[in-house]
Ligand binder design. Structure first.
Ligand code: CAA
Length: 307
């Protein structure tokens, strides 16, 4: 496991992003449970302190989900789950033109049916770990997010698409079905009829249809600046803007709001209201709540510390 203190980002594109936004990266931690180091955990600093980015970096296989990558990813999630300093988590790719190509189909071809089942289980557990992170999560979808890659994004609270995003569940074209929660999470998000249309056809679609179906919350600016290399704002930069909007809000309140909202639809309405009440009870004794009231009275911006 290599841990490295750096003041700026790891890849040329990311360096450009950091320069544009004046964000400072405090540390990049390359996680490795196996042979490679395919997941980076980046903690931002300066005015972005409190934002953490998980970046997938497996260029040779377009960030396909191998056993090793999923292991590294789980390690990153483990670290963040217990990190009270992290207020917002962004998932992104360090590989141009792809977010994640889904299950590693080459590795899959070498697995026995039992190993496929085991791997699917560990993928599902990791996706659930992502979904239940206490902090809000944002998927920055630059490039292809297909199969398991799209299902991964569905576990995030928000999804922001870049101009080059290509989404889809191509599983039925491989004679399988979405097996990492896609049939359930997509259906809850957009309804059975639309989910069936996408799964039955295995169709790939871009950012604007994704926005109109409610699959993504926002699409980055598609305007080119005239530079032939520049295809517009990246989904990551737009996701960073969203993270910055969440960052100053009461961290415990945001976590409790996430927990309460996640229960809507999972429990009956009366139980849901009880859950909301229990979540509200967590914010009442906080110093942050008192700070919010003081700041309102003093006509200034509140400063929350997460206690
Ligand atoms: N698994 C393993 N390797 C993959 C991969 C995958 N899912 N996707 C791409 N690669 C590899 C390619 O085989 C290729 O390797 P070689 O150089 O050794 O030939 C390399 O990545 C580059 O791929 P392309 O040349 O295809 O790159 P591209 O930029 O033209 O296209 C892509 C990128 C759109 C992601 C395209 O590769 C693609 O469509 N990949 C397959 C996506 C897919 O069907 N995913 C669903 C998997 S099933 C699943 O996820 C269900 C589940 O069980 C959870």
């Amino acid at each position: 496991m290599i841990s490295k203190q750096v003041s700026f980002m790891f890849a040329a594109r990311a360096q450009q992003s950091a320069a544009i936004t004046c964000g400072i990266i405090q540390s990049v931690r390359r996680l490795s449970t196996g042979s490679g180091s395919e997941v980076e955990l980046i903690r931002h600093d300066g005015s972005d302190k409190g934002i953490a980015t998980i970046a997938f970096n497996r260029p040779k296989a377009k960030n396909a989900l191998s056993r090793s990558l999923v292991g590294d990813f789980r390690q990153a999630l483990d670290e963040l789950r217990s990190d009270s300093e992290t207020r917002v988590v962004i998932l992104r790719s360090a590989v141009p033109k792809v977010f994640c190509a889904g299950a590693d189909l080459k590795e899959r071809a070498t697995m026995s049916p039992q190993q496929v089942e085991q791997f699917l289980h560990s993928m599902k557990v990791s996706f659930r770990e992502l979904e239940t992170l206490p902090q809000p999560t944002i998927a920055a979808l630059d490039g292809a997010a297909l199969g398991g890659g799209f299902e991964l994004a569905l576990c995030c609270d928000l999804r922001i698409a870049g101009p080059q995003a290509v989404l889809g569940l191509p599983e039925t074209s491989l004679a399988i079905i979405p097996g990492a929660g896609g049939t359930q999470r997509l259906t809850r998000l957009i309804g059975a009829s639309r989910a069936k249309a996408l799964v039955f056809t295995a169709r790939r679609f871009g950012p604007m249809p994704a926005l109109s179906m409610g699959i993504v919350n926002d699409v980055a600016n598609q305007e080119s600046t005239g530079d032939s290399q520049n295809i517009g704002e990246s989904g990551y930069l737009r996701a960073l803007e969203w993270a910055r909007e969440i960052l100053p809000n009461g961290p415990i309140a945001v976590r409790m709001a996430k927990r309460a909202i996640d229960h809507a639809g999972a429990v009956d309405p009366v139980t849901g209201l009880d859950v909301e009440q229990l979540c509200y009870a967590q914010v009442i004794p906080t110093q942050d709540r008192l700070e919010g009231l003081r700041a309102f009275k003093e006509k200034r911006k509140p400063v929350y510390h997460g206690h």
